[in-house]
Design a protein around this ligand. Sequence first.
Ligand code: DC
Length: 223
Amino acid sequence: MIIAIDGPSGSGKSSTAKQIAKALDFVYLDTGAMYRAVSVGTLRSGINPQDEKAVAEAVKNMSVRFKDGMVLLNGEDVTVAIREDAANKAVTPVSANPAVRTLLVEKQREFAADHDVVMEGRDIGTVVFPDADYKFFLIADLNIRAERRMKESTEKLSLEDIKADLLRRDKKDSSRSHSPLRKADDAIEIDTSNLTFDEQVDKILSMIDTKSQNMEENEWLKS
Ligand code: DC
Protein backbone atom coordinates (compact mmCIF):
# COMPACT_ATOMS: atom_id res chain seq x y z
CA MET A 1 0.00 0.00 0.00
CA ILE A 2 1.18 3.52 -0.79
CA ILE A 3 0.18 6.55 1.25
CA ALA A 4 1.23 9.83 -0.35
CA ILE A 5 1.55 12.95 1.80
CA ASP A 6 2.31 16.17 -0.06
CA GLY A 7 2.30 19.82 0.87
CA PRO A 8 4.49 22.87 1.30
CA SER A 9 7.35 23.21 3.74
CA GLY A 10 6.25 23.53 7.38
CA SER A 11 2.77 22.13 6.76
CA GLY A 12 3.51 19.32 9.21
CA LYS A 13 4.16 16.68 6.58
CA SER A 14 7.35 15.17 7.92
CA SER A 15 6.43 14.64 11.54
CA THR A 16 2.94 13.48 10.59
CA ALA A 17 4.11 11.09 7.87
CA LYS A 18 6.70 9.60 10.23
CA GLN A 19 4.09 8.98 12.93
CA ILE A 20 1.58 7.51 10.48
CA ALA A 21 4.25 5.11 9.22
CA LYS A 22 5.08 4.11 12.78
CA ALA A 23 1.43 3.57 13.71
CA LEU A 24 0.78 1.39 10.64
CA ASP A 25 4.18 -0.30 10.71
CA PHE A 26 4.89 1.01 7.21
CA VAL A 27 8.22 2.28 5.91
CA TYR A 28 8.64 6.07 5.81
CA LEU A 29 10.36 7.89 2.96
CA ASP A 30 11.21 11.60 3.13
CA THR A 31 11.75 12.53 -0.52
CA GLY A 32 12.65 16.13 0.39
CA ALA A 33 15.68 14.73 2.23
CA MET A 34 16.75 13.04 -1.02
CA TYR A 35 16.64 16.35 -2.95
CA ARG A 36 18.41 18.05 -0.06
CA ALA A 37 21.19 15.41 -0.01
CA VAL A 38 21.79 15.90 -3.74
CA SER A 39 21.99 19.65 -3.06
CA VAL A 40 24.66 19.10 -0.41
CA GLY A 41 26.54 16.85 -2.86
CA THR A 42 26.35 19.59 -5.49
CA LEU A 43 27.69 22.25 -3.13
CA ARG A 44 30.46 19.97 -1.87
CA SER A 45 31.58 19.28 -5.44
CA GLY A 46 31.93 23.04 -5.99
CA ILE A 47 29.19 23.00 -8.61
CA ASN A 48 26.85 25.93 -9.01
CA PRO A 49 23.37 24.53 -8.17
CA GLN A 50 21.98 26.63 -11.04
CA ASP A 51 24.28 24.92 -13.57
CA GLU A 52 21.71 22.46 -14.91
CA LYS A 53 24.14 20.41 -17.02
CA ALA A 54 26.83 20.08 -14.36
CA VAL A 55 24.29 19.08 -11.68
CA ALA A 56 22.74 16.51 -14.07
CA GLU A 57 26.18 14.99 -14.59
CA ALA A 58 27.15 15.05 -10.88
CA VAL A 59 23.96 13.40 -9.63
CA LYS A 60 24.80 10.25 -11.61
CA ASN A 61 27.67 9.65 -9.16
CA MET A 62 25.68 10.25 -5.98
CA SER A 63 23.98 7.65 -3.85
CA VAL A 64 21.47 8.65 -1.19
CA ARG A 65 20.51 6.18 1.50
CA PHE A 66 18.65 6.23 4.81
CA LYS A 67 20.05 4.27 7.73
CA ASP A 68 19.16 4.32 11.45
CA GLY A 69 17.55 7.76 11.13
CA MET A 70 20.56 9.15 9.24
CA VAL A 71 20.71 10.45 5.68
CA LEU A 72 23.82 9.16 3.92
CA LEU A 73 25.31 10.73 0.81
CA ASN A 74 27.84 8.38 -0.78
CA GLY A 75 28.08 6.74 2.65
CA GLU A 76 28.71 9.99 4.55
CA ASP A 77 26.28 11.24 7.21
CA VAL A 78 24.72 14.50 5.94
CA THR A 79 21.71 14.52 8.29
CA VAL A 80 22.63 17.92 9.74
CA ALA A 81 24.06 19.48 6.57
CA ILE A 82 20.85 18.93 4.58
CA ARG A 83 18.92 21.20 6.99
CA GLU A 84 21.41 24.09 6.89
CA ASP A 85 20.65 27.36 5.15
CA ALA A 86 23.04 26.64 2.24
CA ALA A 87 21.12 23.46 1.43
CA ASN A 88 17.79 25.28 1.88
CA LYS A 89 18.82 27.66 -0.87
CA ALA A 90 20.53 25.18 -3.21
CA VAL A 91 17.63 22.72 -3.09
CA THR A 92 15.33 25.02 -5.08
CA PRO A 93 17.31 24.91 -8.36
CA VAL A 94 18.51 21.36 -7.73
CA SER A 95 14.96 20.03 -7.23
CA ALA A 96 13.79 21.85 -10.37
CA ASN A 97 16.46 20.07 -12.43
CA PRO A 98 14.69 17.51 -14.69
CA ALA A 99 17.62 15.05 -14.61
CA VAL A 100 17.66 15.06 -10.81
CA ARG A 101 13.90 14.55 -10.64
CA THR A 102 13.92 11.70 -13.15
CA LEU A 103 16.60 9.86 -11.22
CA LEU A 104 15.12 10.39 -7.77
CA VAL A 105 11.57 9.53 -8.87
CA GLU A 106 12.93 6.26 -10.27
CA LYS A 107 14.57 5.51 -6.88
CA GLN A 108 11.35 6.39 -5.04
CA ARG A 109 9.33 3.99 -7.22
CA GLU A 110 11.92 1.24 -6.73
CA PHE A 111 11.76 1.79 -2.98
CA ALA A 112 7.98 1.34 -2.88
CA ALA A 113 8.04 -1.76 -5.06
CA ASP A 114 8.60 -4.06 -2.10
CA HIS A 115 7.35 -2.03 0.86
CA ASP A 116 4.14 -0.67 2.32
CA VAL A 117 5.16 2.94 2.44
CA VAL A 118 4.26 6.42 3.64
CA MET A 119 6.03 8.75 1.24
CA GLU A 120 6.12 12.50 1.68
CA GLY A 121 7.10 15.25 -0.72
CA ARG A 122 5.64 17.66 -3.24
CA ASP A 123 4.73 15.45 -6.21
CA ILE A 124 4.07 12.03 -4.71
CA GLY A 125 0.32 12.03 -5.37
CA THR A 126 0.61 13.77 -8.75
CA VAL A 127 3.72 12.31 -10.41
CA VAL A 128 5.50 9.60 -8.43
CA PHE A 129 2.39 7.61 -7.52
CA PRO A 130 -0.69 9.00 -9.27
CA ASP A 131 -2.43 5.74 -8.28
CA ALA A 132 -1.44 5.83 -4.60
CA ASP A 133 -3.96 4.14 -2.32
CA TYR A 134 -4.30 7.30 -0.23
CA LYS A 135 -3.31 10.88 -1.00
CA PHE A 136 -3.20 13.67 1.54
CA PHE A 137 -2.29 17.29 0.90
CA LEU A 138 -1.35 19.21 4.04
CA ILE A 139 -1.51 22.99 4.25
CA ALA A 140 -1.07 25.53 7.08
CA ASP A 141 -1.02 29.25 7.68
CA LEU A 142 2.32 30.92 6.78
CA ASN A 143 2.95 32.26 10.31
CA ILE A 144 2.41 28.84 11.83
CA ARG A 145 4.64 27.18 9.23
CA ALA A 146 7.40 29.71 9.99
CA GLU A 147 7.11 29.15 13.73
CA ARG A 148 7.38 25.39 13.22
CA ARG A 149 10.47 25.83 11.04
CA MET A 150 12.03 28.12 13.67
CA LYS A 151 11.61 25.50 16.38
CA GLU A 152 13.23 22.83 14.16
CA SER A 153 16.12 25.00 12.98
CA THR A 154 19.60 24.72 14.49
CA GLU A 155 20.52 28.13 13.05
CA LYS A 156 19.61 31.56 14.40
CA LEU A 157 17.24 32.94 11.78
CA SER A 158 14.54 35.51 12.46
CA LEU A 159 10.88 34.66 11.94
CA GLU A 160 10.76 37.23 9.14
CA ASP A 161 13.73 35.58 7.36
CA ILE A 162 12.09 32.17 7.65
CA LYS A 163 8.79 33.53 6.33
CA ALA A 164 10.55 35.12 3.37
CA ASP A 165 12.37 31.85 2.65
CA LEU A 166 9.12 29.84 2.84
CA LEU A 167 7.37 32.24 0.46
CA ARG A 168 10.31 32.14 -1.94
CA ARG A 169 10.30 28.34 -1.94
CA ASP A 170 6.49 28.07 -2.24
CA LYS A 171 6.61 30.32 -5.28
CA LYS A 172 9.46 28.41 -6.92
CA ASP A 173 8.09 24.96 -6.04
CA SER A 174 4.63 25.83 -7.37
CA SER A 175 5.72 27.60 -10.55
CA ARG A 176 8.49 25.33 -11.82
CA SER A 177 7.70 23.60 -15.09
CA HIS A 178 8.76 20.10 -13.97
CA SER A 179 6.48 18.47 -11.33
CA PRO A 180 5.30 21.63 -9.57
CA LEU A 181 3.86 21.52 -6.05
CA ARG A 182 0.17 20.94 -6.66
CA LYS A 183 -2.64 19.15 -4.88
CA ALA A 184 -3.73 16.06 -6.82
CA ASP A 185 -7.40 16.32 -7.79
CA ASP A 186 -8.20 13.26 -5.71
CA ALA A 187 -6.07 14.18 -2.68
CA ILE A 188 -7.68 14.98 0.66
CA GLU A 189 -6.67 18.45 1.82
CA ILE A 190 -6.00 18.91 5.53
CA ASP A 191 -5.37 22.32 7.05
CA THR A 192 -3.11 21.69 10.05
CA SER A 193 -3.00 25.34 11.26
CA ASN A 194 -5.27 24.73 14.22
CA LEU A 195 -4.64 21.06 14.81
CA THR A 196 -2.30 19.64 17.40
CA PHE A 197 0.16 17.05 16.20
CA ASP A 198 -1.94 14.22 17.70
CA GLU A 199 -5.10 15.58 16.09
CA GLN A 200 -3.39 15.69 12.70
CA VAL A 201 -2.19 12.13 12.99
CA ASP A 202 -5.52 10.82 14.30
CA LYS A 203 -7.47 12.56 11.55
CA ILE A 204 -5.39 10.91 8.84
CA LEU A 205 -5.27 7.53 10.53
CA SER A 206 -9.07 7.56 10.88
CA MET A 207 -9.35 7.75 7.07
CA ILE A 208 -6.98 4.89 6.32
CA ASP A 209 -8.26 1.39 5.98
CA THR A 210 -5.23 -0.84 5.64
CA LYS A 211 -7.42 -3.72 4.55
CA SER A 212 -8.66 -1.90 1.45
CA GLN A 213 -6.24 -1.63 -1.45
CA ASN A 214 -7.69 1.45 -3.09
CA MET A 215 -9.30 4.74 -2.05
CA GLU A 216 -12.42 3.91 -4.06
CA GLU A 217 -12.96 0.83 -1.97
CA ASN A 218 -12.85 2.86 1.22
CA GLU A 219 -16.37 3.37 2.50
CA TRP A 220 -15.42 6.33 4.68
CA LEU A 221 -14.16 8.29 1.70
CA LYS A 222 -17.22 7.59 -0.41
CA SER A 223 -19.55 9.43 1.94
O1 DC B 1 10.15 18.88 2.25
P1 DC B 1 11.44 19.66 2.23
O2 DC B 1 11.24 21.12 2.60
O3 DC B 1 12.52 19.02 3.02
O4 DC B 1 11.91 19.66 0.69
C1 DC B 1 13.09 20.29 0.29
C2 DC B 1 12.93 20.85 -1.11
O5 DC B 1 12.87 19.78 -2.06
C3 DC B 1 11.73 21.73 -1.34
O6 DC B 1 12.15 23.05 -1.70
C4 DC B 1 10.98 21.13 -2.47
C5 DC B 1 11.81 20.00 -2.96
N1 DC B 1 11.06 18.75 -3.10
C6 DC B 1 10.57 18.45 -4.34
O7 DC B 1 10.72 19.26 -5.26
N2 DC B 1 9.91 17.28 -4.54
C7 DC B 1 9.72 16.41 -3.54
N3 DC B 1 9.09 15.26 -3.78
C8 DC B 1 10.22 16.71 -2.25
C9 DC B 1 10.87 17.90 -2.06
